[in-house]
Design a protein around this ligand. Sequence first.
Ligand SMILES: Cc1cc2nc3c(=O)[nH]c(=O)nc-3n(C[C@H](O)[C@H](O)[C@H](O)COP(=O)(O)OP(=O)(O)OC[C@H]3O[C@@H](n4cnc5c(N)ncnc54)[C@H](O)[C@@H]3O)c2cc1C
Length: 416
Amino acid sequence: MDGVMAENQRLFVIGGGSSGMMAALSAARRGPAVILLERKDRVGRKLLATGNGRCNLTNIDSSLSRFHGGDSAFIAAVLSRLPAASVIDFFEELGISCQAEGEGRIYPRSDQASAVLDVLRWELERLQVEVRTGHEVRAIVRKGRGFALQLAAGGELRAERVVLACGGMAGPQFGSDGSGLRLAAALGHRLVDPVAALVPLRLRTDFLRKLKGVSFAAYGEVRCGNEVLRGEQGEFLFTDSGISGPPVLQLSGTAARALKANKEPCIVLDLFPAMSLEELAFALEVRFRCQGHKSIADGLVGLLHKRLIPVILSAAGIDDHSLPGAAITAAARLGLARILKGWSLPVSGTMPWPEAQVTAGGIALDEVNPETLESRIVPGLFFCGEILDVDGDCGGFNLQWAWSSGWLAGLSAAGR
Ligand SMILES: Cc1cc2nc3c(=O)[nH]c(=O)nc-3n(C[C@H](O)[C@H](O)[C@H](O)COP(=O)(O)OP(=O)(O)OC[C@H]3O[C@@H](n4cnc5c(N)ncnc54)[C@H](O)[C@@H]3O)c2cc1C
């Protein structure tokens, strides 16, 4: 065991991910000795995987609507302490030249997530933060005015203040296996049930084997009955167990929350969002009239992906795909147009945690002070990052949350 008296003066950050590194930096800039504990053999493993290795480190349009979770006033209070422009300044000062891409996404000009990690590690070193990798905290026990941190490898560390930055459950291969949530719950914190978000969805349909690998542009909505929960446009992709693609990732948290609430969400696809139902029905009529000698199925070649055609025709109740196009009735044509503009696919679940980019749910926000990120239940314990009940859209918003909340938790813990 380390020298108990010395440890007692120190601030411990548990978790060397994006938010934990930021918390350690902001605390160390304020003065106290900081020790960062990371269970993996190196810090920032997930950061290296972000943005397909390019790290979409923030988004200049970080409006509140891009963040989800327990309480938007809480989220706004935390984001305001280190907004996106300040994150860019922070990284520019450390040597990362930032560039903006579509929809406000910010990347390092070198296109390397490893560069972002390098500058964070160097700053930790400069500020003499003691980084201890291979240190997994298994339990946190309150001892007097401080804490005893019990390590998985045995031994105990004494701390006066603790920042818990262990992430959620998404991407456990990078270290965040939910142990931080268990540590917080054991100390009396209430959890909002975690669900996977920014993740492909599973569908309850029998045609996926035929469509695996088919991609197409569409507008998709998550609906529960007639209630539209959220819509996104972009490139969808069928997989062997469901549906993926950028819009699906954005919709997935909404669908996952609905499933958790025992609702029955569907992804409803509009394959022709630029046309009204009537315009599409008319276009189909012209198409089948002009190519009346072809079968209905062949008449759709060039309009739809070939592998989609039989599945769509069956969904529209047209079973004989070899009928000549000229023979299709007006009612059947309208039925086909209706499916093309509102193809409803029942969601049965999300893909598992290793395929998820983020956790929706986590430590309930009403038990945390938004001005400091200190626990209202356990004084001296602070939280930051994905462990809290906050998640963002795809596009740099989750790292923005990690930086803002890490910054605030570190400053508050150091100043307490
Ligand atoms: C593949 C992928 C790509 C992504 N791309 C982007 C992107 O481009 N832009 C974006 O904004 N967001 C992206 N995200 C999301 C973003 O990376 C996370 O939201 C963010 O890293 C969360 O930071 P965190 O510090 O809260 O948690 P994490 O980064 O998960 O860090 C938690 C750390 O705590 C450690 N730890 C856990 N338990 C313990 C314990 N008991 N003791 C000691 N250490 C422990 C873990 O090993 C880990 O290092 C991506 C996520 C994934 C998986």
